[in-house]
Ligand binder design. Sequence first.
Ligand SMILES: [Fe+2]
Length: 277
Amino acid sequence: MKVIINNKRGSILDIEKGYILENLKEYGSLNLKNFDVSVDTFSKFIGKIASRITNDPARKASTKNTQQIMAGDMAMGLHLENGNAPYVPDFQFFYCPIAPKKLSRTTYCDGEKAFRRLSKPTAKLLQNRKIMYTRFIDEALWKKYFSTEFNKQVTSLDEVRPFLPENTEIIDHDNGKIEWRVRRYAVYNDPMSKLKVQAHSILAPSINYDIPRVTWSDGSLINPSIIGEIIESCEKETHPIDLEDGDVAILNNHRVMHGREEILDPNRVLFGGQGYL
Ligand SMILES: [Fe+2]
């Protein structure tokens, strides 16, 4: 993770978009320190870097482009933000007004390094065989999700189906509930850096939704030894982000996964936002 320290405490809004993109392309993740930032300017900053904003529908909107992150107290496994949803944002942003004093840290894992830790056969397998994420989602949540992604009020699945990516299948269930099956590779070339990465949402149960099922694309179980290798290769490359009061972090959400330690510090405050290039 590249740390960028501003000596003059200039506004975060003075950072050039090109400078952020160049650094993100090279390093995959950035930690911005000592900038003048508030929830409001953080939100504007996201609007400056990303051409389109999205967010996690299960969280409450705090400002236009951000949500305060309150997804339970449990530790959270590594994942790409919305990595088990039909559309994966290009950027994940964090703003931490009050850093945690004890554990509760946000973690990250550079998928380029995690890829290099895989054995050749597993790397090859994951490049050639897609993973399937199956999730059950209540009516209110999927409506909110697609409304956000399509930037208009979505009220029925008929409005969604013609625009679904090829990798996504949606099955209707009772009471407006849907099941989506999203298929994608866990090892691929990251579009921004062009590097080969291991990046996915295999290791994270979702706190705000029913727990997703992770299988091969045909629904068959992934061998536990493969899962074991994925866990080990990722854990060895997982580090806490050294967030101090007022820090901002930006992750290339196709290359760098993030997670969280158990929340032991109730005073920690963290905002998140997502967007597209
Ligand atoms: Fe997340």
